[in-house]
Design a protein around this ligand. Structure first.
Ligand code: SF4
Length: 281
């Protein structure tokens, strides 16, 4: 049976991840030793391995490493206190935090300084959110539904984890607005990242048209899991894979239309390899 492949527009690296990786490869070219990233630069084992071959190693804990010359901060950013602590060590710090994440951090900081209680819509365990929260003052809270809002302050400022789905944010905001009488002032900033929402929308569109979706990206990548969950929710047969080796030809029996999408940490060369392999099945 002739297969048709539909590659989702915008699948793969987002602006912030591409920027962070370009920075890491650029640093690897210029410096030859003592290069580290704080945690893996992105949630993609193949890219992390490529960088490792060039001498850029991920570090979880810097405390006992005296050989650090340059430390790269990944796109998600890190908590304010941690950044200040790192600066005291004296090695070079290259901050590859995505400018969209930086913007959310700055808005959180400004709101806290102006005595707003900062409400962050997002996942409290995600590193990006932990970073933003550290700028948001003591009264800040992270919520994933409108019932979780504590009515401590009369003035609230609402921001979002950059990768939250717009539909979920709208639902939560509606819930908060229903409690308007509890507040004197409510400010809402849009800190969502267009790259993510556009990729989700484009994935949804393709997933509704095909017989099967292949979602490519790290198994520990939140935004790739978000794409896979979206496809499963739509009801289309979905496989989440990291590379071409995981492809099983049995999956494609009787399948005509195949959609392919990929998370923000998936390099184009992995996507192309998978597309080529599927074409040859
Ligand atoms: S998903 Fe958006 S906010 Fe996050 S790193 Fe990519 S471009 Fe930046």
């Amino acid at each position: 049976m002739e297969k048709e492949i539909f590659l989702v527009e915008g699948a793969g690296f987002c602006f912030g991840v591409k920027r962070a990786i370009d920075i890491a490869f650029d640093v690897a070219e210029k410096h030859k030793e003592g290069l580290f990233t704080l945690g893996p630069i992105i949630h993609n084992p193949q890219v992390v391995e490529k960088l490792r071959e060039l001498g850029v190693n991920p570090l979880e804990d810097i405390s006992d490493r005296l050989d650090i010359k340059t430390l790269i901060i990944r796109a998600h950013g890190i908590p304010k206190g941690k950044l200040e602590e790192l600066k005291n060590y004296g090695f070079e710090i290259i901050d590859a935090t995505c400018p969209f994440v930086k913007r959310a951090q700055k808005i959180a900081e400004k709101l806290a300084l102006e005595d707003y209680q900062v409400i962050i819509i997002g996942d409290k365990n995600h590193p990006e959110v932990k970073g933003i929260l550290s700028y948001a003052g003591e009264k800040a809270v992270v919520i994933k539904n409108s019932e979780e809002i504590p009515y401590i302050n009369k003035k609230i400022g609402i921001i979002q984890q950059t990768t939250q789905p717009l539909s979920k944010v709208k639902e939560i905001l509606n819930g908060i607005i229903n409690s308007l009488s509890e507040f004197e002032e409510m400010r809402i900033f849009n800190t969502l990242c267009n790259f993510t929402s556009k990729r989700l929308e484009a994935t949804e569109k393709v997933a509704k048209e095909v017989d099967m979706m292949i979602v490519i990206g790290g198994k520990n990548s939140a935004n790739t899991n978000q794409l896979a969950n979206l496809c499963r929710k739509i009801g289309v047969k979905t496989f989440h894979i990291e590379d071409a080796e995981e492809i099983n030809s049995d999956w494609f029996r009787g399948v005509k239309k195949i959609g392919i999408t990929a998370g923000a940490s998936t390099p184009n060369w992995i996507i192309s390899k998978i597309v080529d392999k599927i074409k040859c099945l």
